[in-house]
Design a binder for this molecule. Structure first.
Ligand code: NAD
Ligand code: ZN
Length: 357
């Protein structure tokens, strides 16, 4: 038995208003001339947060387009642009949801690694550390702030750059930044965390480390989405810690069926991670009966729409593409169904599941 020896985030600051400490946090990282680059979710263009970015010297603020989940071509373009303009940079700060944070991680790595980010989609393919990188979530749930991956859609697959060089050097967890998010979006991303917990806690990779974080994150999600009457500051505080703990839980275990299936939807139809997981999880009673039961209650209580029949009318070829993308996710299937997963999740069974969505 070989135990995973995983790299964690370097520094963590948590608290309402902790974003105001960013300038001070970055100061020791400034290496003279090379600037710090801020990748800010385009939602914040013309919003007060954009004015609060602590720009100094040649620092640059780039509003990143997250209309689509990050693509390898976009990462390559951003990294090449920075190398051309500055030669090198002192650091990359990603501020936004999972998409903006993943872009920051990937761009940090591609400033120092040769070739295309598509060359590094997989496990432990990245060879050089990236430049200093900071993650600042404005939505809670993905756990991208703590994970060792950055999920990218490339020419042939949707797969992360999973490596010890991928985690952030610093994260700033300021629940104030998530306050204005629309209810539907907040639910979809929050449910990403809920689903991480269920898939981790019901998985075959579970150990006491994952369980400790997973149970706490699950409890926080339940407090926010099951017990509370409305949304308040405390909900933002709790969900931010749920996201962190949920991410820590899957660091030592894995996600499962909903994620493996949702990757196929994302690749073929561009369905976003949070909503895609919800669409799939809604139909996973046979794998996660208690979690799906509670999920349906939360959907109802929070008055959320979960799209239906999104795979209606797709061709055999399109179903096969989704099945191929999904079955690449071997560790997810193994965690969910055990070593014999290939005998359990046949192509026909997976096709039947996709047809239900
Ligand atoms: P997102 O980052 O894709 O953002 C969703 C939408 O919300 C965007 O339109 C964005 O502009 C907007 N938004 C962000 N913050 C806002 C705020 N405070 N107020 C209003 N609108 C806001 O959504 P997400 O669910 O956080 O992230 C999904 C992405 O994260 C996917 O690309 C997925 O692949 C990735 N992901 C990564 C990991 C990881 O471990 N690296 C884990 C899970 C998901
Ligand atoms: Zn997820």
């Amino acid at each position: 038995m070989k135990f995973r020896n995983f790299k964690m985030v370097g520094y963590v600051v948590y608290g309402r208003g902790s974003f105001n400490q960013l300038d001070e946090i970055l100061a020791p990282q400034r290496k003279g001339d090379p600037p710090i680059i801020f990748l800010l979710d385009h939602y914040f263009e013309n919003k007060p947060l954009a004015k609060r970015i602590p720009l100094r010297g040649k620092d640059k603020l780039i509003f990143v387009d997250v209309s689509y989940e990050p693509k390898t071509v976009y990462v390559d373009k951003l990294a090449a642009g920075l190398k051309q303009e500055f030669g090198t940079v002192s650091g990359i700060v990603g501020i936004g949801g999972g998409s903006a944070m993943d872009l920051a991680k990937a761009v940090s790595l591609m400033v120092t690694n040769p070739g295309s980010s598509a060359d590094y989609q997989g496990w432990d393919l990245v060879k050089q550390p990236g430049v200093y990188k900071v993650g600042i979530p404005t939505l809670s749930g993905t756990g991208a702030e703590v994970s060792r991956t950055t999920v990218l859609t490339g020419p042939t697959k949707k797969l992360g750059m999973n490596s010890d060089f991928t985690p952030f050097d610093q994260i700033v967890l300021d629940p104030e930044l998530t306050a204005g998010a629309p209810a539907n979006q907040r639910f979809y991303t929050g449910m990403d965390c809920y689903i991480h917990c269920i898939e981790s806690l019901q998985g075959t990779y579970l150990n006491e480390f994952s369980k400790s974080y997973g149970e706490k994150a699950l409890q926080l999600c339940q407090e926010v989405y099951v017990n509370k009457k409305g949304w308040d500051d405390d909900s933002d505080d709790k969900l931010m810690m749920a996201s962190y703990a949920g991410g820590m839980s899957i660091a030592y275990s894995q996600v499962g069926v909903a994620h493996a299936v949702s990757y196929g939807l994302a690749y073929l139809l561009g369905t976003k991670h949070g909503i895609g997981n919800c669409i799939v999880f809604d139909h996973l009673e046979e794998f996660y009966p208690d979690g799906v039961y509670e999920f349906k209650k939360m959907v109802e209580k929070n008055k959320i729409d979960i799209p239906q029949h999104i795979t209606k009318g797709l061709t055999d070829e399109q179903f096969n593409t989704m099945i191929d993308v999904s079955l690449v996710m071997k560790p997810l299937w193994e965690n969910a169904l055990g070593e014999d997963w290939q005998k359990i999740m046949t192509r026909d069974r997976l096709r039947a599941l996709y047809e239900k969505l």
